[in-house]
Design a protein around this ligand. Structure first.
Ligand code: PMP
Length: 391
């Protein structure tokens, strides 16, 4: 029996290996910050989602330490049993305030928040309209909900309109999009999507994992960037493991939206609450993020510098507005070879390959953080030029 399982698994693994798509974990020694030691190599990393440099912030760590003494480590139970501490409650209030929504609800991961949210809103008689490049957790969420899925071309409201025109008259309609696309780094055309939602009586849900804390004057994300409020985007989801530098996620919206999740969402009801110390640390980071004008400005300056440098090298990249700046190189082999050269030169920049991105669009995914310096960005550009020459 176990022989046949091993044989079957080996065949599947060979397929991945033969396609040149083998993935492996690297071991990081020490905190998440640009200068790090990974697999024993000293590198400057350009791949984390710690966009504001809060993952290693002393004030955030101090809040976690204090709450550890107060609450211990594990939450010990689900929120609806007795795992929901005052730290969780305060974090939810702070996130509601931060996003300008009536209420917020915390989840252990963004993946779970998306599963919870989509399933709570739609079922098999409904239709979900999804941007083709939405994050995997959104795609899985729609599948699990059983709703009819209609994918529209990436960031193309005109194609969404065609889809909406042809949608069945019965059932609910939900439009789902990333706020900032995780592999392409562009911002969704939210004003157009909000207008279409209004016109076709659909609900708009935005996963702003990569926009919140980074975009907008007070870090309110892609909604704030476009000046949109809760009337335009009534269903907002954000993660805490990226710009906020900790871990977990949340949904923000109306009183009724949050209460519906509490009463019906299985990934909320049947899982252990995040540790209270994590909630307390995140509360500290939300406060810092709200007034982190300097960090956001520094990040925007670095992005401009990177954008200018990539232009000089003739490499296409999205407008340097968000910290995700992919450089498309074509085949998986080429992207991997350039990433390997960069690693040897002391820079960690991942190659993103199919199936994460479409065939022929393998890329280097450079992400910047407010913790980077101008010197580090310049050094990356020089190393990239050399790596491209040698590949
Ligand atoms: N949505 C988007 C757009 C993401 O990029 C991610 C993380 N890669 C998630 C959701 C999932 O969040 P988490 O890592 O907290 O599960």
């Amino acid at each position: 029996m176990s022989d046949s399982l091993d044989h079957y698994l080996e065949q599947r693994l060979s397929t991945v290996r033969d396609a040149g798509l083998w993935r492996r974990t690297r071991i990081l020694d020490g905190p998440q910050r640009p200068e790090q030691v990974i697999d024993g190599h000293r590198v400057i990393a350009f791949c984390s989602n710690d966009y504001l440099g809060l993952a290693g912030d002393p004030a955030v760590a101090a809040a976690a330490r204090k709450a550890l003494d107060q609450y211990g480590v594990g939450a010990g139970a689900a929120h609806l049993i007795n795992g929901h501490t005052r730290a969780h409650e305060e974090l939810e209030q702070a996130l509601a305030h931060f996003t300008g929504r009536a209420r917020a609800l915390v989840f252990s991961t963004g993946y779970m928040a998306n599963l919870a949210l989509v399933q709570a809103l739609v079922g098999r008689h409904d239709t979900v309209f999804e941007d083709r490049l939405n994050h995997a957790s959104l795609i899985d969420a729609v599948r699990l909900s059983g709703a009819r899925s209609q994918r529209y071309r990436h960031a193309e409201p005109a194609h969404l309109r065609e889809r909406l025109e042809k949608a069945p008259a019965t059932g609910q309609r939900l439009i789902v999009t990333d706020g900032v696309f995780s592999m392409d780094g562009d911002i969704a055309p939210l004003p157009e999507l909000a207008a279409l939602a209004r016109e076709y009586n659909a609900w708009l849900m935005v996963d702003d994992a990569h926009g919140l804390s980074v975009l907008g004057d007070t870090g309110g994300g892609s909604c704030q960037y476009f000046g949109l409020g809760s009337d335009d985007v009534p269903i907002l989801m954000g993660t805490l493991g990226k710009g906020f530098g900790t871990a977990g996620a949340f949904v923000a919206g109306s009183e009724r939206l949050i209460e519906t999740l509490i009463q019906t969402a299985r990934p909320y009801i049947y899982t252990t609450a995040m540790p209270a110390a994590l909630a307390a640390a995140t509360l500290a980071s939300v406060h810092i993020a709200a007034s982190a004008h300097d960090r956001r400005e520094h990040l925007q300056n670095l992005l401009r510098r990177l954008g200018d440098g990539l232009d000089r090298l003739g490499l296409p990249h999205p407008p340097p507005l968000t910290p995700i700046q992919p450089v498309t190189l074509g085949t998986a082999t080429r992207a991997s070879a350039v990433a390997e050269r960069l690693f040897e030169a002391g820079f960690l920049v991942p190659a993103i390959r199919p199936p994460t991105v479409p065939e022929g669009e393998a890329r280097l995914r450079i992400t910047l953080s407010a913790a980077h310096t101008q010197t580090q960005v310049d050094a990356l550009l020089q190393a990239l030029e050399r790596a491209l020459d040698q590949t």
